[in-house]
Design a protein around this ligand. Structure first.
Ligand SMILES: O=C(O)CCc1c[nH]c(Cc2[nH]c(Cc3[nH]c(Cc4[nH]c(CO)c(CC(=O)O)c4CCC(=O)O)c(CC(=O)O)c3CCC(=O)O)c(CC(=O)O)c2CCC(=O)O)c1CC(=O)O
Length: 247
């Protein structure tokens, strides 16, 4: 039996998956790449009359650049450092990043200043209500633009099979939808309960509290939630929490 732990990773099949695989290998793990999200662009851009524009993903930053978005005087907000870096790489200035990289972290930092302001939330078709409701409660006029749809790739589910066979040592869930799609892929194969058992025996890491809540509500026990919502922190802390294979 190999001493190298298998770690499933569900990031979209782009440079994010490539970098995640490289990082897990550097950490001494055997990555099991199983993308659970694919992006379908809608070709839209944020509306132009807003005081604030909020981005919640690297994908959103890349798609608005592709669609030719040109900001005016809006205050540009990013949910966290990866989204902020992606915006800057596309040539956009970023004015605000919260200390806690979640929707509620964004609401916390914006609520004292957005009363009466027009806030544009530019994101996927699966964004949580926390951001819209929190900003509305703070007195903002909120509008949401759907930049892309997130769908489950038809071929996804290899990691669910491995979990069901007891061959998965760890899993790194990077959003709520990755949890839901993992379970959907397992159900499609008729192995949902076995895959859940496999996850219960594995080390489960999730990127942040919103994903932890989704996992718990679907019967997935979570072992690791990193202090900071970045893939780097998630990978390091999840691999470190895997019980020794040789012992
Ligand atoms: O719940 C769903 O799955 C659909 C809504 C959704 C969740 N995530 C995305 C965009 C996205 N981010 C990552 C990885 C990642 N998450 C964060 C912080 C963060 N972003 C959101 C989105 O609103 C949340 C949920 C929330 O607070 O409501 C969070 C908190 C953590 C959590 O538990 O989800 C970051 C920080 C950052 O952007 O800087 C990152 C990047 C980490 C890094 O690169 O190190 C992914 C997966 C991935 O990158 O593998 C995704 C999904 C893919 C994509 O949309 O590009 C969404 C979509 C949305 O907000 O519209």
């Amino acid at each position: 039996m190999s001493d190298t732990p298998t770690v499933a990773v569900f990031r979209p099949d782009d440079d994010r998956l490539e970098r995640a695989v490289e990082l897990l290998e550097r950490l001494g793990a055997e990555p099991v790449p199983d993308p659970m999200l694919a992006v379908e662009a809608t070709g839209t851009t944020p509306r132009t009359d807003a005081d604030y524009v909020v981005f919640t993903s690297k994908t959103g930053a890349e798609l608005v650049a592709e669609a030719g978005w040109e900001p005016g005087d809006e205050i540009v907000c990013a949910i966290g450092p990866a989204t902020a870096d992606a915006l800057r790489e596309e040539g956009y200035a970023v004015d605000l990043v919260p200390d806690e990289f979640t929707s509620s972290g964004l609401v916390d930092v914006l609520q004292s200043e957005v009363g009466g302001a027009r806030v544009e939330v530019a994101r996927s078709d699966h964004g949580s209500a926390v951001l819209l409701e929190g900003l509305e409660e703070a007195g903002a006029y909120v509008h949401e633009t759907i930049l892309y749809r997130l769908v489950r790739p038809a071929e996804s589910g290899r990691s669910a099979e491995l979990a069901a066979e007891g061959g998965l040592d760890a899993a790194c869930f990077t959003s709520s939808l990755t949890v839901e799609h993992f379970l959907e892929a397992a159900a499609q194969r008729g192995i949902r309960e076995d895959a859940l058992e496999g996850l219960a025996d594995a080390t489960v890491g999730v990127i942040g509290e919103p994903t932890a809540e989704t996992a718990a509500s679907r019967g997935v026990d979570v072992d690791v939630v990193p202090e900071e919502a970045t893939f780097d922190a998630l990978a390091h802390e999840t691999v470190a929490a895997i019980p020794s294979q040789s012992g």
